[in-house]
Design a protein around this ligand. Structure first.
Ligand code: GLY
Length: 442
């Protein structure tokens, strides 16, 4: 099978490894020179991945049988629609189905219309005076979300990113004036409190195949402080749940996603590809925070390394519409820690050389995924985004965390890592926070 892979991050390196393990011939298009993907691929095109016409023409000229799209930007640009016209089936939604990620308002309206569980109260604004009127009446904490794509960095939460109505108004003004997320429109949602978790699933338009749960860490600094980022690292547990969640929480998240797939099929816009639900486990049950229409990054690096079934065959079954209900994943824990350029989250330092001793990382038993780095003359350099990830896979979370740390010792440069991710202390804090929340009386 000849497979086109679009994207040059850590998630795409994980997809590349899985496709290569399945024996696929890989043709990769990416905006940066990711050395891991380059080595896994038969051929690489370094080019703007949202230049749909060029990417599709290149894929066509290479005779690819199937395409796997990593990030949201080419999906938002309509790459799947264009590949379809060119006769190349893709693991990824067309532009209409991609609205589950590209328009937060579309998702909330769909949930309301189809009575999908997990909805929070929300309001949409495109005029500042309307928001000011709303603010005057408001007596609860809320979240402001630009309607469109912001790379995970546009959501502002009361208490975390702003602390007064005046500051909220300031951010609203910024969204409307600068069209943050591409549109002068934003949602306001009631703030829900709890622990976030990620459920990723393959979808074939009507069926959904869920992967083990994982938890990302969005804040730049240890103890979940500092600005929001694309995600600093993540973990998953050997029982495929998370230490602070019950089976009931997992079932609730899965019901929300199944109901969404049903609703998309019912409106004549079936969802094919990867659906990733970002959920919050709250005192009152599970709430959907947002959908993404792709694998999560970093969480793809938790689930793909433990997938036992053949990934390329599952991709074929996504596009053929005959996805099985389940797949086999190893009963192993995983801990993924991203290495990012110094200053990431505020002023990331691009162009710094990183020394990566791949042999030593492998000797430590860890897996390496290159992300948004560039490679020149055999050396690896930072860009302004996440550089590489080191993943430990082991019997327990504690062991997986130690393996990741052992691997990280062989990465040197002007870089930063959140070492707290997946540590026993960090996980115990989450379990305790959730326990306290659940036992709290109103
Ligand atoms: N886990 C964050 C993201 O993929 O957007």
């Amino acid at each position: 099978m000849k497979a086109l892979l679009v994207g040059g991050g850590g998630r795409e390196h994980a997809i590349a490894k899985s496709l290569a393990k399945s024996g696929a011939d890989l043709y990769a298009v990416m905006g940066n020179q990711n050395p891991g993907i380059r080595r896994a691929a038969r051929e690489v095109l370094v080019h703007d991945i949202t230049d749909v016409a060029t990417v599709v023409a290149w894929a066509k000229s290479r005779g690819v049988d199937i395409a796997v799209i990593g990030p949201e930007a080419p999906l938002a640009a309509g790459i799947v629609d264009a590949l379809d016209v060119a006769g190349v089936p893709a693991v990824g939604p067309d532009r209409e189905a991609a609205r589950l990620e590209t328009s937060k308002e579309f998702t909330r309206d769909l949930m309301r219309e189809h009575k999908i569980p997990g909805l929070v109260n929300y309001w949409a604004f495109h005029r500042l005076p309307d928001f000011r009127d709303w603010l005057r009446e408001c007596d609860f904490e809320f979240v402001i979300k630009p309607v469109g794509l912001t790379g995970g960095k546009g959501v502002r939460v009361w208490g975390d990113h702003f602390r007064s109505k005046k500051e909220a108004e300031g951010y609203a003004e910024e969204i409307l004036e600068h069209k943050v997320g591409g549109q002068a429109r934003f949602l306001v949602e009631e703030k829900v409190v709890g622990e976030e978790f990620s459920l990723q699933a393959l979808c074939d338009g009507s069926r959904l195949l869920p992967a083990p749960l994982a938890q990302d860490h969005k804040r730049a600094l240890e103890n979940d402080e500092g600005p929001n980022t694309g995600g600093m690292g993540s973990y998953s547990d050997a029982d495929h749940l998370l230490p602070f969640l019950s089976r009931g929480d997992y079932d609730a998240a899965l019901s929300t996603m199944r109901a969404t797939i049903d609703a998309m099929a019912a409106r004549g816009t079936p969802f094919r590809g990867i659906l990733y639900g970002g959920f919050m486990a709250t005192r009152d049950g599970v709430r959907l925070l947002e959908y993404n229409v792709r694998f999560a990054d970093p969480e793809a690096m938790n689930i793909l390394p433990i997938l036992e079934d053949d990934f390329a065959s599952l991709c074929e079954r996504v596009v053929d519409g005959n996805l099985p209900a389940t797949a086999r994943f190893k009963r192993k824990s995983t801990v993924c820690k991203y290495v990012v350029p110094a200053g990431y989250g505020t002023k990331p330092k691009a162009g710094a050389r990183i020394k990566v001793d791949e042999a030593e990382i492998a000797k430590a038993g860890a897996e390496l995924f290159y992300a948004s780095v560039d490679e020149h003359d055999g050396h690896v350099f930072t860009t302004t985004s996440r550089a590489l990830a080191v993943v430990g896979v082991a019997k327990s979370l504690q062991e997986a965390e130690s393996v990741s740390e052992a691997g990280l010792k062989s990465v040197q440069g002007d870089v930063y890592v959140r070492h707290d991710i997946g540590t026993p202390a960090s996980i115990a804090r989450k379990v305790e926070r959730m326990r306290a929340l659940r036992s709290r009386k109103e």
